[in-house]
Design a protein around this ligand. Structure first.
Ligand code: ATP
Ligand code: MG
Length: 345
């Protein structure tokens, strides 16, 4: 720990910007040691890291940075930290209901962000917008890969698992999984071969030729997830994918999903009503307010990965859970007492 301490003693200076790339001599000076490789500052947790090596976890929000580092080699943060998806002042009204109002969030590439909020607060509406199925109200700002866009331009750019699994009952597991690729015009034979290879990873080995009614609820959800993963897009939207599962299957699916996410390295936005699930999976949790939905609380989850089942008893997990529960309960109560869909907002 002596190296990080030295870093903190090195002069009274401003902390480095998230995503900044530090020059090698400067990084060596900060750490008080000689190492090869490039150094940067993590855009999420602000840790100083070595590009080809271990993560050097420092309390880097207070990491000092010498004035000379403000030169051209020190800060390329804007490009590095560019969000994949940005939503600003996002609103959506239906006839007499305002579902979402003033929703703001930015999602970084590779992030796993979970979304919780009371029933009817506009979570699925938000996903429908990001998936390109609904246009938000005018004045809403939507940016994808750094470019402003209409929601409809995102259709086909984002993979989406809707709240219901929507498997076609007359199609087998394989033929359900290949639907997006068929729509893209790929050869059905090649798509089927690819799907068959993925079956074991999704716990569906030997079930490729079964029909949805022959599967358990958990298996149906894995087919829907496999279909979403096979539609290879950087951003995946998963709307309560484990909602219908019993607690044990759900826990297994969560661990499995983290493993699949680690391997495939996608960016995931994940809706859930389960606070434990939101914390266990997410890099960040967004708590939505009662309708009209906006972000009430953004909670970073700095729990280490890989995450194991015991994490739920960790004091930090319990602390974060308390914060989340308090925020959600307040909104759930407002939601419960609010007028129904016939009321105006
Ligand atoms: N197509 C639509 N037409 C009219 N109203 C709609 C439509 N879609 C959603 N709504 C309304 O918008 C509000 C938000 O609905 P949404 O499905 O987004 O909520 P949710 O947060 O996903 O809820 P849940 O947790 O129960 O799934 C609700 O009041 C709903 O009735
Ligand atoms: Mg919903």
């Amino acid at each position: 720990m002596s190296a990080p301490r030295k870093a903190h003693m090195a002069g009274a200076l401003a902390p480095p910007a998230p995503g900044a790339v530090l020059s090698l001599p400067l990084a060596h000076r900060l750490l008080g040691m000689k190492e090869s490789g490039a150094f940067g500052v993590c855009g999420k947790c602000r840790s100083l890291y070595m590009v080809e090596g271990r993560l050097l976890t420092l309390a880097s929000s207070s990491l000092p940075l010498p004035a000379e580092a403000a030169g051209p080699t020190a800060s390329t943060s804007a490009a590095d930290a560019r969000p994949l998806l940005e939503m600003k002042g996002l609103s959506k009204s239906f006839a007499n209901v305002t579902a979402v109002s003033g929703f703001e969030a930015a999602i970084a590439p590779g992030e796993f962000v979970t979304v919780v909020g009371p029933s009817g607060c506009g979570k699925s509406t938000l996903f429908n917008i990001v998936a390109g199925l609904e246009e938000p109200d005018s004045g809403s700002i939507l940016r994808f890969e750094g470019r402003s866009c209409h929601a409809r331009e995102l259709l086909g750019k984002v993979s989406f698992m809707p709240q219901r699994d929507l498997l076609l009952p007359w199609r087998t597991v394989i033929d359900n999984a290949v639907i997006p690729m068929e729509i893209e015009g790929r050869s059905r034979k090649a798509a089927r071969a690819e799907a068959r290879e993925m079956l074991p990873e999704f716990g569906l080995a030997g079930f490729g030729d079964q029909y949805p009614h022959q599967l358990s609820g958990g298996m149906r959800q894995r087919v829907a997830l496999m279909r979403t993963f096979m539609f290879k897009r950087e951003l995946m939207l998963l709307d309560e994918p484990f909602g219908a599962l019993d607690a044990l299957t759900r826990t297994m699916m969560q661990r499995w999903l983290l493993e699949v996410w680690r391997k495939h390295r996608r960016t995931i936005l994940f809706i859930t009503h389960d606070v434990d699930e939101a914390l266990f999976l997410g890099d960040r949790v967004l708590v939505m307010s009662a309708r009209p939905g906006r972000v009430k609380l953004e909670l970073p989850v700095s729990l280490p990965r890989p995450r194991s089942a015991e994490l739920v008893t960790d004091p930090e997990f319990v602390r974060l859970k308390r914060i989340l529960l308090e925020a959600i309960e307040e909104e759930a109560m407002k939601s419960f007492l609010a007028p129904g869909a016939s009321g105006t907002h």
